[in-house]
Design a protein around this ligand. Sequence first.
Ligand SMILES: *Cc1c(COP(=O)(O)O)cnc(C)c1O
Length: 470
Amino acid sequence: MTTSPPSIDPTLEYRKLPAVDALLHLPQIEDLAATHGGDALIDAVREAVDRARQQIRVGKPAPQLADWLGRVAQILAEREQPTLRLLINATGVIIHTNLGRAPLSLAARRAVEGLTAGYNNLEYDLAAGGRGSRYDHTRALLCELTGAEDALIVNNNASAVYLVLAALCAGRDVIISRGELVEIGGGFRIPDVLRQSGARLVEVGTTNRTHPADFEDAIGSTTAALMRVHASNFRQIGFVTMPSLAQLVEIARRAAEIPNIHPLVIDDLGSGTLLDTTPFGLAAEPTVQQSVAAGADLITFSGDKLLGGPQAGLIVGTRGSVAILRRHPMARALRVDKMTLAALDATLRSYARGRAVEEIPVWRMIAATAERLQARAEHWRQRIAASIPATVIPGESTVGGGSLPGETLPTFLLALDLPRPDLIAAQLRQAEIPVICRIWQDRVVLDPRTVASEEEDHLVNALQKLAAEQ
Ligand SMILES: *Cc1c(COP(=O)(O)O)cnc(C)c1O
């Protein structure tokens, strides 16, 4: 698709390239030093010349003298971009771990902005006029939503699991099924976390089958807890059985009739949804309310997976157990920031109002119908039709983020009918607001499910720019 006329002689073009010094002394380029600094300007001019050389190498002409200012300014602007940036996720993976997991709701974003504009009562009791606790702000709401007696928020779910084990199980045994000694990703392995916490791992059962009796037989005077870990990112099928949480609670209760034995039941839910996933055509992800009702002493889950809020580790459980966690020195090291608490509180309030599906992006994406997504993909196709050949095709989105493995949601994709999808994908990543896409069956495909309607104009612009560069 390159349209460069064959008449360009690279040798001549190379000769047209100005010297770095000459460019630096062009009036408007010289002026850029005032706002960007002299060293940054020299670097940018060198880079501009390098890029022009590379373009000549692939058969393009040398830039006109008038173009250099724009090119240098562009490079300076690129360099001043923060490395952590907003982007458009067109992959159709809703909770994308590499792309910052859950996008925040409007209410959560506003809450962060509103609270951080000045001081706040993070640790100040307004009624008493004295010291308060940062943990009181979300505690009541979380208890109300889950049915738990008490709650504590820490930095993420990995730290929640660690704190629970360190504060309540160090030096004693934690019994886990061999089928649940999982690696979550990013090096988070349950056996390693257990070891770090100072607790002793007692493995029972086999990879595919563990029975209630396996737990019962392992309980002794050194038992601190029975632990269940949700198999977030894989699924076992076939000859498989694991005791239910209710069965573990029953085993722990019976064991507690023996003097000096009081095993806790710990449930690491991972995603920990507050909403039932089945009305959306998905398998049943265990809810936090179910774990509370089943009688687990401590339940841990993430703030930025299916909850759809900021990164946080949410711990709910019995008053006595949570009180021990709150007093543990590690709670201070793992504590959350005011921005997290503001965003979390606003997210939880959407659930309390019964408006989670409408207000929380993760749930809005899960709830989007294939019909609606087809209409959106078709609309995109029409908007770019004049410049890029594309087709709307049926496909699948996934929930991702270590939840609902193997589960898909039917969607419609905009497939670009252009060669070299790898190059197209790379160009889309370079857009002003980068667009991350998928390559499927040798084509770039874009899934409207994970693209907010406010992002649509940017996406279409990026596609149109792509056509201009072809
Ligand atoms: C995701 C997950 C974790 C880790 O949670 P983060 O919030 O990412 O720290 C721990 N346990 C399970 C079962 C998980 O799915």
